[in-house]
Design a protein around this ligand. Sequence first.
Ligand SMILES: [Zn+2]
Length: 717
Amino acid sequence: MRYSTILPVGALVTALAFAGCTTEMDSLRDSSSNPLLAEWTGPYGGVPPFDQVEVAYFQPALEVAMAENLEEIERIATNPEAPTFENTIEELERAGRTLSRVLAVYGVWSTTMNSPEFQAVEREMAPKLAALSDQITQNEELFERIAAVYENRADANLTPEQERLAWRYYTDFVRAGAQLDGEAKARLSEINQRLAELFTTFSQNVLADEVNHFLVLEDEEDLAGLPESVRNAAANAAQEKGLEGRWVIENTRSSMDPFLTYSDRRDLRERAWRIWVNRGDNGDEHDNNRIITEILQLRAERAKLLGYETHAHWRLEAAMAKTPENAMELLEAVWGPAIERVREEVADMQAIADAEAEAAGSEKITIEPWDYLYYAEKVRRERYELDQNEVKPYLQLEKLREGMFWVASELFDFEFRPAEDVPVYHPDVRVWEVTNKTTGDHVGLFFFDPFARSGKRSGAWMNSYRRQERFDGEITTIVSNNENFVKGAPGEVTLISWDDATTLFHEFGHALHGLSSSVEYPSLSGTAVPRDYVEFPSQLLEHWLSTPEILQRYATHYETGEPIPQELVDRIERAANFNQGYATTEYLASALIDMKLHLAGDSIDDSFDPKTYEEVTLGELDMPSEIVMRHRMPHFLHVFASDGYSAGYYSYLWADVLTADAAEAFREAGGLYDREVANRLREHVFSVGNTVDPAEGYRAFRGRDAQVEALMRDRGL
Ligand SMILES: [Zn+2]
């Protein structure tokens, strides 16, 4: 489960005033002194000036670009000619080019190159960007023109894509409050600006806790059970923090999960687990509980202002699911079988724990949340004879990257060649040129930023620096994949886990979605689809990782070069549905809480206590006590760092219904490399962006609607 779009996130919370004095800022207000304001130059239709960035450039560049955007909007709105698709909608597609360029670089710094200096800029600019967006959607003259084009669309001789774009603009403006009266609009803008501030603080708080709270291991005894790779990473982390001779388990999933899986020290597992699940919930200056309450109240008020029952109703209207009831129905259908499976998993683990206690003559324990991964791993070894440490030497990041490029060439005819003439923002980042291997045409650029570092937010995501479009001449896309893999020591290969490899393929699915785009207008391009559809291409691509074609050729031992033994692949396959109870339940608990919170509407008052709410609601759901939500509310960035995935965390499961069903389409046709099915997939899903309704696109690919049974089979539920 990974987010795919940029969330506005910072890294540290040190409050610093913006460093530039007025005169210095004045001199950064044109493209000769501020490279962020210049057109992108260089090869491939121009590339981002990543090698020329200074944090001091961002605020003046944003301010100039925002002012320019408003002027463009004003010109469109006050055009004396009667509104047409060309002079209104197409002009809107042309507007804001400078701002898009600045925001592309700003987004990279926000998510991967963050610093206290940059955070001050974020706090200053977040509400201003929110205000700009409202100024545009609340411009009455502009909305009247959009409405006129939309209402006359049938007589205007538009292409289907143009009609859909007119519909999109009209609908987006209405949903953002374009039809409200002046007083309501003013309040709406106030709410949006306050929310932008709260989102920024929320994410900066989570990151502060991730940086400041971690587990220190003092001596050899504290390392009991940890494999070499975890020990080395912990020693490196300690050294970076100036704690030589000790070991540090960092407060990120890629450090915590291995520790909780392998540490024999139950007391330390509990301590680590508490540090991890209490991010944003420590009752100190970075506590997020009050922020959650205010965000929920403001969202409920905004939904009412906009004429919707709740925030969930407002958000879901624009999604594939259409209503909260549809989303809840799916979540609840899977919930029962998932918690049932957890009970079986816990019983298996308890049996091992009991046997161990008996053998050691010690007191029996009851499985607690900090025991789950530890005993699950023992069950995996016992039942499937599969040890994750046995797999890891075959999972070299570089080889698997070659493997995913090979998949792209088999499915979509793409060829990847290193593009060494393109500037990067960090030495770890590499760029490839993508071409069509049959025609030789340039398709786009692929940026790859795979490693964790300080100032980069946790998780994995894809981003577009530039979207594909062609209505004004062909513009090719620039996409990026970002992960947080632990980099190998200097001169050594980077080995990743099976989960990491799945993430690698997942994000590459988003990248291929962007690269395959073949549309006229940028607003409908690539991944600009509803949130509960965008995870379909990415989750689908995960399926190619475990194909024999990839494993035999690209999963090779980092020392011997031998391919992974078939017998080990068989064991991996047999264990494929292992621990699905845990994975599905921890995810669903977060998705259900997200939806219920945003269906609660007015009932959230000042006395609302997120912790009590979480406890009571999970109790009502009969949540197994051995599992905690994948994201507890105080650090649920999907939901509280932006509106992005709010009332939208269900999207992964929704899209997974399509994913599982689509994978079966390949298997029915003879396998995942079937060209004919791949062509249909590209034609109706990957290339169309948002130019067709997603449900129709899927139907055109599959010949029918998706059926949920494939998902249940896929997860072994
Ligand atoms: Zn994703």
